[in-house]
Ligand binder design. Structure first.
Ligand code: PPE
Length: 318
């Protein structure tokens, strides 16, 4: 006799996100449900963003909202999604989720996906896309210890996909199967995060972060090539130049990273996270680097509205 299987309730999750902006309306999380025949669930046909809002002296503010919303619509364009909302409406949805949940600071996840109108690989019968915005309180991405002592990385056996295999500059759900495989491998190996190389063996990016390293006081940013054009990367390069660092964009090899004085990862979720070890080799002193920590402080000052110079990056939630 077959064992009794107790199905989990649809939409059951341990994550508490409060109110969600779901196709234009704010609803409780329990009501923001989709069909099991959702195209995106079968084929990864979704696009998303990761955005942070920070507590500032003038109330909560979203960091680089317009750049994130622009990338969201660009990702949708790559997938030929018809978006049923304008960028202004999605921006307003983002602000309303923060406002209505009463968050002081949070991580925001806009998602657009191909719905359940039809199955079969071609997604376009599912146009227009469906859209939601959720938000939750999220602390450090890789844990406080990784920020204090530096994260331990391993190079993944999974390569970052070439530009003619997947659209790496679009934040497409399906791309993250590659990230998830790398992240699982890192976790199983006892590391905090995975470094992915490109098909030629050059350094690409982390499973969810762009990479930088220091040689002396020169800051090297891993060039875009196949990587996501990170908004944090752009912000950190600007902040570093303002602090007087020389910044160069390079194509680097993994042994070049072993020889670096400092290394760190950046992303909306990861912010600026120092790296202490790569493939069991200490980077510099094997701890969080001094210039890295200086950049982390300056980046957070900008994001948290504590440096008026970067006020144009903030959208206040009113
Ligand atoms: N590369 C990848 C592959 C990536 O996913 C991110 C963001 C970045 C670089 C940095 O991009 P930006 O956030 O614009 O600076 N990763 C998001 C998803 C994290 C997750 O676990 O989910 C993020 O940081 O929000």
């Amino acid at each position: 006799m077959a064992a009794e299987i107790k199905p989990k309730l649809g939409g059951e999750t341990k994550m508490k996100t409060g109110l969600i902006w779901f196709n234009g309306h704010t609803v409780p999380q329990e009501e923001a449900k989709v069909s099991v025949l959702t195209h995106a669930m079968h084929y990864g046909t979704s696009v998303f963003e990761g955005i942070r809002a920070y507590e500032t002296p003038k109330g909560p503010a979203v960091f680089r909202l317009s750049e994130h919303v622009e990338r969201f619509f660009h990702s949708a364009k790559v997938m030929m999604f018809e978006m049923p909302f304008t960028p202004e409406q999605v921006s307003e949805g983002i602000l309303s989720v923060i406002r209505e949940n009463g968050y002081k600071s949070c991580y925001i996840r806009p998602l657009a996906w191909m719905g359940a109108t039809s199955l079969g690989v071609n997604p376009l019968p599912n146009n227009p896309a469906e859209v939601m915005v959720a938000a939750w309180e999220w602390g450090t991405y890789l844990g406080d210890e990784a920020v204090r002592k530096g994260a331990k990385l391993i190079t993944s056996s999974w390569a970052r996909f070439p530009a003619n295999v997947m659209p790496g500059k679009a934040k497409v759900g399906g791309n993250y199967v590659n990230s998830a495989l790398a992240r699982i491998e890192a976790q199983q190996a006892g590391a905090d995060e995975a470094l992915l190389l490109d098909k030629e063996g050059f350094v690409a990016e982390g499973s969810g972060e762009n990479l930088f390293f220091f040689k002396g006081k020169v800051l090297y940013a891993i060039e875009h090539s196949v990587n996501l054009m990170g908004i944090t990367r752009d912000s950190v390069m600007a902040v570093a130049r303002d602090l007087g660092y020389e910044v160069r964009e390079v194509r680097a090899t993994r042994d070049q990273l072993y020889m670096a004085d400092e290394m760190f990862m950046v992303g909306t979720a990861a912010e600026v996270t120092p790296v202490s070890y790569l493939d069991h080799r200490a980077i510099g002193k094997g701890t969080a680097g001094e210039h890295t920590l200086k950049l982390r402080v300056a980046y957070l000052e900008a994001a948290q509205g504590r440096n008026p110079k970067y006020d144009a990056w903030l959208t206040y939630v009113r």
